[in-house]
Ligand binder design. Structure first.
Ligand code: UFG
Length: 329
């Protein structure tokens, strides 16, 4: 199929685009490059554009006879969304509504949307199933929930077929070593810990060790970025117009911050000094997916089932690209 990938120069978007290409689809990346990387995109396949401009999106959809859209483009930092909610409402809500309207005007009605565990807020039940009440506790999660609801309405009213894929913690890098995670500034745990192993930081600060978890640190469900990508391809095959899928994507297993640091020590052979810092506001203590619905509906299950395997792919990327994509220039 001909697929427009918004945010295809970003982390999850670029990995999914490579998998789309490997599967024989024609992928066109639509990216503003505000946070994405030109080097992450196959040459000749980048449309530099902004989702604020509906005419630009329509031109891309029509020129390339697009049949489906993968929508990754968004801001995705919880703390930033609290400090600057305007950016999140503008970029994640207004721009996405622009995209949906451009799709409608171009008769494109299939979309796969990057949603998030942040739409659940602080759920009482672990593991989290899709029917857990979605009560986001920050603007980021709320903007993603707004779009989930918009998609439901567009499916009913305009016959859109959609999948809202709720990622848990995306991690790792392509085993090819060609693409990986590169955020500036970096705020995610695994890349930061690996920066310590690379000598770019002195130590890792653990954000709180007084949570009600076995070792006192927060637990997350780290899922390999290529496993997320493979779920998108499966969802594309199963999209039905007028209907939606809302699916959790995680491994069903949690790792604490301490366990992640230990896994990074084993993989890198570096001692990785740690200090205990204060809690980061807005961090739920534990988030683990029940991904059995994705397993049933998409016949999907993660290929990376242990955290060391995930960290190894991340380490392979970071040690060969200590400055991220700038190392490739
Ligand atoms: N952490 C540290 N030290 C650091 C960085 C992170 O202890 O220097 C801890 C965090 O407190 C958290 C865990 O490591 O407990 C993971 O943190 P990340 O920032 O890597 O990931 P988050 O779980 O905060 O974020 C992820 C996604 C977001 C999504 C959020 C929902 O990246 O997009 O889950 O809770 F919104």
């Amino acid at each position: 199929m001909k697929v427009l990938v918004t945010g295809g120069a970003g982390y999850v978007g670029s990995h999914t685009t490579k998998l789309l290409e490997q599967a024989g689809h024609e992928a066109w990346v639509f990216d503003s490059l505000v946070t994405g990387h030109r080097q992450a995109v196959t040459p000749g396949r980048l449309i530099e554009g902004h989702l604020g401009d509906r005419a630009e999106i329509q031109a891309a959809l029509q020129e390339h006879q697009i049949e489906a859209v993968f929508h990754f483009a968004a801001f995705a930092l919880v703390g930033e969304s609290v400090a600057q909610p305007d950016l999140y409402y503008q970029n994640n809500v207004v721009c996405t509504l622009n995209l949906l309207e451009a799709m409608r005007a171009s008769n494109v009605n299939r979309i796969i949307f990057s949603s998030t565990t942040a739409t659940y807020g602080e759920p009482d039940t672990i593991p989290i199933t899709e029917d857990v009440r979605q009560e986001p506790i920050n603007p980021y999660g709320f903007t993603k929930l707004v779009i989930e609801r918009a998609l439901e309405d567009y499916a009913r009213a305009y016959g859109f077929g959609y999948a809202a894929l709720r990622y848990f913690n995306a991690a790792g890098a392509s085993p090819s070593g060609e693409i990986g995670e590169d955020h500036d500034p970096e705020s995610h745990l695994i890349p930061i810990v690996l920066q310590v192993a690379l000598g770019q930081r002195e130590q890792i600060s653990i954000f709180g060790d007084d949570y009600a978890t076995p070792d006192g640190t927060c637990i997350r469900d780290y899922v390999h970025v290529d496993d997320l990508g493979r779920a998108h391809l499966k969802a594309l095959d199963r999209l039905e117009t007028g209907e939606g899928m809302r699916l959790n994507l995680g491994t069903g297993r949690g790792n604490s911050v301490r366990e992640i640091i230990e896994a990074c020590r084993r993989v890198t052979g570096h001692s990785i000094p740690e200090v205990i810092g204060s809690r980061r506001p807005g961090d739920p203590s534990e988030l683990i997916a029940d991904a059995s619905l994705a397993n049933r509906v998409l016949d999907w299950q993660p290929e990376y089932t242990d955290i060391e395997g995930i960290v190894e792919t991340a380490w392979n990327w970071h040690r060969h690209h200590p400055r991220g994509y700038a190392s490739r220039a």
